[in-house]
Ligand binder design. Structure first.
Ligand code: COA
Length: 292
């Protein structure tokens, strides 16, 4: 028989191996569960949610469930989901978001049957570095002509700014500790191509934003986080960061890169159109509202 129980000390490695998407996020013991085969003690599934706040319209947290293929279709997924739903009110939470989006026809029936409904759309764009480079120039000129770019704005390699300052903005965005952000940034910086593309914008020494790239083995580089600091969300930061990154991409002889944005990020969709990026994939995030 398979039983669901809270993660124990020795389960964390297995828990995160089954739910790697939760790795960068804070997950507390009371928000993490494993499904265990009580014959041999083998972990056959995991479910958990991050305690970082998430969701503009339905404030809550993000969770994920995974069951090893050989144990699917026996109620293990539902039991893990039930454990999450039981735990949520103890954290004062009423909305559980899926950690990732699903293409419309790939939404697991576990979610739809439980009452999850689509919330936001995430579109993945593929951009050709050379096209993007050619398009960014005129966009920057227009922004400069309208006086939107401060004279003392500087866009430089990510490594030119103290990592702790970048970690602060990274942590505020994801809702975890600056220490954890620092570790994640150090991890991202291990890939030389991703690091070369990553850029930071400052104005008179103040951090205005950064674009952080990542590259997984055998994949084109992708944007991990592209963010303007509060007080600098006037449009030029995003364009200037992208322009510097794609210029470097062209210099390195890269062909394509990709980035994703949700339907609330209208400015990013606009930039995607202007640089001729191709929408290659659309996913829907889902949310379940628990009656209070
Ligand atoms: C989605 C996922 C977690 C579901 O896990 P699961 O253990 O197969 O889930 P359940 O067994 O509870 O439910 C699956 C189906 O089996 C059926 N089922 C459950 N117990 C059953 C039983 N004893 N006898 C027959 N059918 C049963 C359920 O009714 C359900 O049927 P449906 O697909 O027609 O709705 C699993 O497929 C998975 O890990 N997928 C990859 C990761 C993923 O997409 N996670 C979702 C993110 S939240």
């Amino acid at each position: 028989m398979v039983v669901v129980r809270p993660v124990g000390e020795s389960d964390w490695a297995m828990f995160l191996a089954l739910l790697p998407g939760l790795l960068p996020l804070p997950v507390a013991p009371g928000a993490a569960f494993v499904a265990v085969d009580d014959h041999d003690g083998r972990v056959v599934g995991a479910g958990g949610f991050s305690t970082a706040p998430f969701g503009r319209h339905a404030p809550g947290v993000r969770g994920d469930v995974f069951v090893v293929p050989s144990q699917r279709g026996r109620g293990v997924g539902r039991a893990l989901l039930d454990a999450l739903l039981d735990a949520l009110p103890r954290w004062g939470l009423r909305h559980l978001h899926t950690l990732r989006g699903f293409a419309p026809r790939d939404v697991p029936s576990l979610l739809t049957r439980a009452g999850f409904r689509p919330t936001f759309t995430v579109t993945r764009y593929e951009a050709h570095f050379a096209h993007a480079d050619a398009a960014c120039g005129p966009m920057l000129e227009k922004l400069a002509r309208s006086g939107r770019i401060p004279d003392d704005a500087v866009v430089a390699p990510l490594t030119s700014v103290m990592p702790a300052r970048i970690a602060h903005l990274h942590a505020a965005h994801f809702g975890h500790s600056p220490t954890r952000s620092l570790a994640l940034l150090a991890d991202a910086a291990r890939d030389p191509v991703a690091l070369a593309l990553s850029r930071v914008a400052t104005v008179r020494g103040r951090l205005a934003g950064f674009i952080l790239w990542r590259q997984r083995p055998d994949e084109a580089p992708h944007v991990d986080l592209w963010i303007a600091a509060p007080g600098f969300r006037t449009g030029w930061v995003a364009v200037a960061l992208l322009a510097a990154a794609v210029r470097e991409g062209v210099r390195l002889g890269l062909d394509c890169g990709w980035f994703a944005c949700d339907d609330a990020a209208r400015a990013t969709h606009h930039i995607a159109r202007r640089i001729g990026a191709r929408a290659v994939h659309t996913e829907l995030g889902h949310v379940l509202s628990i009656p209070g």
